[in-house]
Ligand binder design. Structure first.
Ligand code: UD1
Ligand code: UDP
Length: 386
């Protein structure tokens, strides 16, 4: 049987995590029909933002690393585009897989589409309707050059229909005749799979001495929050005051982007309260098993991360979203999460509203088998080249 050869593009932390689910499904169920060549753009490169995930999630080591590193959007995306094109010309894959909405996603999708290689976009259809977010531009562009589009949610699927994609289409599928799916979310596959392992392997709660004490988990990394001194300071003040007023520990594994801004962007009042509050624990970014341990045991999660919002929902935790809008509209509509932007007062109120709220976490992210479904569709619709 001739195998389908995929080139998978990863680069940012969440893409390495998402790739774990697809690689696992290929290894366990599709090893005879699919082979994968993994290309790391090097968008994320710190040990704690990249290498740690390969080891603990069993992602096969990348076949290529473009080592692009941190640059402005144009320079970063351009360097990736050129590097990926060279690899595609050499490897001649039958299709290319991209995840999510980062610059690595955009570069991969553009490079492949121009070479007439079908693009498979996983996490398609999500929209914030806010083009000041670089991610919104990346995801719209990636979707509109893709051949197979896998949306994790109903809202994402309907966004694609609104943009002209046909909800029930007939093959053969091409970039001009793409197919869209409501596939469920392969991040749920991962959370279910690694949820068990995490309980056995992670020792972080013990190290932080929070095994017995209630704590809130927080993450902040969106450029709109990190690059604006007023917003960043309002968020840190809110975290501090939630901790002080409720006698709670807050654990904040900090993205390097945010860490670099603390010195220059935290206003004096916020800086002083952060320095004084021993219960506001700021750590390096943590590995995925530690992150899941934190998520599973937190009282609440406060975040501007796309992935962490969902994981909060997977583990039945209320979530405060530090953004003006979200792509995961279902979790807000269902009452499990509240949007507060970077507003101090709204954050404090959301904490009070969510802290004892009874929430019905309906299953909106699929059945935990999204990766297998996606592989099945790839095998049906991507033809190995002769
Ligand atoms: C990127 C994605 C964002 C995603 C996030 C996941 C884009 C436009 N943004 O944002 O959608 O949510 O990844 O984490 O693609 N840095 C380091 N070490 C690293 C990586 C980054 O120090 O290993 C620092 C650098 O100062 C860099 C900054 O973080 O300039 C931002 O990194 P970048 O990859 O450009 O964007 P993210 O904010 O990580
Ligand atoms: N994550 C992690 N360690 C951390 C912070 C996040 O393992 O210190 C994981 C998190 O569990 C989720 C993913 O990284 O699976 C989310 O990535 P991030 O917040 O960087 O990006 P986004 O999802 O917003 O694009």
């Amino acid at each position: 049987m001739q195998q389908i050869k995929l080139v998978t593009i990863i680069g940012a932390r969440p893409q390495i995590i998402k790739a774990a689910a697809l690689s696992r499904a290929i290894r366990n169920h599709f090893a005879e029909s699919i082979t994968e060549v993994i290309v790391h753009t090097g968008q994320h490169y710190d040990e704690s933002m990249s290498a740690v995930f390969f080891e603990e999630l069993g992602v096969p080591k990348e076949d290529y690393n473009l080592n692009v590193g941190s640059k402005s959007h144009g320079h970063q995306t351009g360097a990736m585009l050129a590097g990926i094109e060279d690899i595609l010309l050499k490897e001649k894959p039958d299709a290319l897989v991209v995840y999510g909405d980062t610059n690595s996603t955009l570069a991969g999708a553009l490079a492949a589409a121009k070479l007439l290689i079908p693009v498979i976009h996983i996490e398609a259809g999500l929209r914030s309707f806010n083009k000041t977010m670089p991610e919104e531009i990346n995801r719209i562009t990636a979707d509109h050059v893709s051949t197979l589009l896998f949306s994790p949610t109903t809202a994402g699927f309907l966004n694609l229909v609104r943009e002209g994609f046909l909800p029930a289409n007939e093959g053969p599928f091409t970039a001009d005749n793409p197919n869209i799916y409501h596939s469920g979310d392969l991040m749920l596959d991962n959370s279910l799979y690694f949820g068990e392992v995490s309980g056995k392997k992670s020792t972080l709660l013990k190290q932080l001495d929070i095994e017995e004490s209630p704590f809130v988990l927080a993450t902040i990394h969106r450029n709109a929050n990190t690059d604006d001194a007023g917003r960043l300071s309002a968020l840190f003040l809110a975290l501090n005051n939630i901790s002080v007023e409720n006698n709670l520990t807050i654990v904040l594994p900090l993205h390097p982007r945010t860490r670099k801004m603390l010195d220059t962007h935290l206003q004096p009042e916020a800086k002083a309260s952060v320095e004084k509050n021993a219960r506001l624990i700021i750590t390096e970014p943590v590995g995925f098993l530690d992150m899941i341990a934190l998520e599973k045991n937190a009282k609440m999660i406060i975040t501007d991360s796309g992935g962490v919002q969902k994981e909060a929902y997977f583990f039945n935790k209320p979530c405060i979203i530090l953004r003006p809008e979200t792509e995961w509209v279902e979790i807000v509509e269902g009452g499990a999460a509240i949007l507060v932007d970077a507003d101090y007062g709204r954050t404090m109120k959301a904490f009070a509203d969510l802290k004892d709220k009874a929430i019905d976490y309906k299953p909106i992210f699929g059945d935990g088998k999204a990766a297998e479904f996606i592989c099945g569709e790839i095998v049906k619709h991507i033809k190995p080249r002769k």
